[in-house]
Design a protein around this ligand. Sequence first.
Ligand code: SAH
Length: 353
Amino acid sequence: MIDLVEQIVRHQLDDTVKELGQPKFRAKQLREWIVQKRVDSFDEMTNLPKALREKLAESCRIWTTTIAKHTTADDGTEKLLVQLHDGGRIECVLLRDGDRRTICISSQVGCAMGCVFCASGLDGVDRNLTSGEIAEQMLRLQMLLPVGERLSHIVVMGMGEPLANVDRLLPALDLASAEDGLGISARRITISTVGLPPAIDKLSKLDTRYHLAVSLHAPNDELRTKIVPVNKTIGIQKILDAADQYFEVSGRRLTFEYVLLSELNDRPEHAQQLAKLLKGRPALLNVIPYNPVPGLPYETPTVQAQQRFRDILENHGITVKFRHRKGDKINAACGQLRRLSKENLVPLEGMPS
Ligand code: SAH
């Protein structure tokens, strides 16, 4: 079977169509049906001759994945538990907020970074997603929109560490940002990373224009290594240097994410250190009050502790946004959908407009 979405992201559809003995314009038609006209089957491709549709159905498939579960929350958030061809499961989410139609997608099955509070990494990483599997999440979520509505934003904040799979991620994001793809401007596409300097350097070299969000979670290396174990061999300074360099090249204001964990990283001294660290950087601090994961010992700070944290940073002139949860009733927050059936996500205030 030839996997068409994978062929599309790898720019190999022209060759496939040729091998099937078809003229080149058929590749353009197929791509339009799959990427823009949101069809689910060859039968719906009405400008292709019936014989060709039958031939395609025999030798090619549009999807390599199936939807294991589809959940909708009262606020309009929809979540898909996606089953991969090898039985692996990932999740992705569509968020509706005013005119925004934001999707959150996964980059790996599981995660190797080991952040102590996060559900996605509890069982380590199984494997990287292919470019096609990343693109399929976008197309599947796009199909949930009525005709006439378009996806406006993408955040790569689902399961996995996107920069640990950057070579497969970028072709999928290219499809998302291409005019003849999903047409979502690069500044509306956010890559959220634990902070892997060589991969951030690669983004700078490739001159990608995506928005970068760095998950900091602590203002000093000692604490960060406790919360984000992979920090041990990296260190905050190297991440900040790589992120500053990316800003220089891309001109995209950086976002730093900070999951607020009661008593662990929400103390006034943490806020003061963080203010010092971020001062002078054209950056936004996105604070995410912890979204509890069943079985983990961490707690969401009280409203007073959250306010205290915010006040100190704002008094130091740091731009702070608190990200409030959406879709938490359907566990659309960070690795939780998969865990419940073995399931999670957090959106999205303060993300680029
Ligand atoms: N690996 C990437 C993407 C992960 S998820 C990264 O580390 O950025 C996106 C964001 O959600 C990260 O900042 C992550 O730390 C945060 N997150 C994960 N689990 C969470 C939870 N239970 N509550 C709140 N935020 C969480």
